[in-house]
Design a protein around this ligand. Structure first.
Ligand code: ASP
Length: 330
């Protein structure tokens, strides 16, 4: 009531200050319709993800081709991998930390720069959806550990045992030596990062992982960190990362890739530059993997990895393509 009164009074005051000459110049003009100078090419939806996660891009494409938005596409796309217990690096069935806790990290970012993230989340199979709830239902960006788990239950998520018979057996085997390596075993991780453009030309991205197998309890990688594991700028493009999270965080990797694209580099050139920048600081090291994947506003894609064998999946109107990426050490 008070606010309404204030607004009413202030508009009256403002109207009272308008001079007669200004009022006289306020007439409605009908302008002739001007034809647009150039025809803008119609925007074509596209989705890409790290590695060969065929079912994940299929799902995202299903959403995009039905006219769905990029945010729903990336969420539903990566959820496929979170639910796949044969993928032992994401969601349910992800390998535990060295204390035997399966802890998940994920984030999501939309066209308006809204983002949400969960770190060290336990007992919940779909961390990306909890991250989306953080984005949409709270004034915060990151929720961690017990707080994130409690929030998830409040939002209706169910408690689940994230171990599978296979990951429990592997963990028991690992305990016999408890050999913890700070350098990543390149076979031991496969985060899914996904980027999509919808029919409106809007970009969104998501990234989800169980992180490094047998990591120190409490460790959080790059994947749920906005700017490191994922970054979207709807004016320019988006990027996501996979590999040794510590190195990606150190260079604010995904933000770097998007900024390189803003300066005019193609997605491919930007990913190469990002990887090379990291390698310059790690000269001689061949024992780890860093991969970036990027998409720009025109729907061009690129990817690059420090280790051979990195591929990314692309789904567009042309169909499904598995792109082999030229890697740094080939
Ligand atoms: N980037 C992930 C992390 O460091 C791991 C991975 O991509 O495989 O947690």
């Amino acid at each position: 009531m008070e606010r309404r009164k204030f607004l009413k009074n202030s508009s009256l005051t403002a109207a009272g200050l308008v001079s007669a000459s200004t009022l006289a110049s306020c007439k409605t003009e009908t302008k002739p319709e001007v034809a647009p100078l150039a025809t803008v090419a119609p925007i074509k939806p596209i989705v890409v993800c790290t590695w060969n996660f065929l079912n994940a891009t299929n799902k995202a494409w299903e959403v995009l081709s039905a006219g769905g938005n990029a945010l729903d596409a990336v969420e539903q796309g990566v959820m496929v991998e979170e639910a796949d217990v044969t993928n032992e690096t994401v969601g349910k069935g992800g390998r535990p930390d060295r204390d035997g806790n399966v802890t998940l990290d994920a984030c999501i970012m939309d066209k308006d720069g809204n983002c949400g993230s969960v770190v060290y989340l336990q007992n919940i199979a779909h961390p990306v959806s909890v991250a989306r709830k953080v984005m949409e239902e709270t004034p915060h960006i990151i929720l961690a550990g017990k707080g994130a788990e409690k929030f998830a239950y409040e939002q209706g998520f169910k408690k689940e045992d994230l171990f599978t018979e296979s990951t429990r057996k592997q963990y028991e085997e690992w305990l016999k030596t408890s050999k913890y390596e700070t350098t990543i075993n390149i076979e031991n991780h496969d985060t899914i990062g996904m980027l999509a453009i919808d029919a409106n030309g809007d970009i969104a991205g998501a990234c989800t992982t169980s992180g490094m197998a047998y990591k120190v309890g409490g460790r959080v990688g790059d994947s749920p960190i906005i700017g490191a594991g994922l970054f979207i700028d709807n004016e320019v493009g988006g990027a996501t990362a996979t590999g040794v999270g510590e190195e990606v965080i150190r260079t604010v990797g995904s933000f770097l890739i998007v900024e390189l694209m803003r300066q005019g580099k193609s997605p491919q050139e930007a990913c190469e530059e990002g990887v090379k920048r990291i390698m310059k600081k790690n000269e001689g090291r061949k024992d780890f993997q860093i991969g970036f994947l990027a998409i720009n506003k025109n729907g061009e894609t690129g990817g690059y990895c420090v280790h051979p064998g990195f591929t990314y999946r692309e789904y567009s109107e042309k169909g499904h393509e598995n792109r082999e990426v030229t890697s740094f050490y080939e």
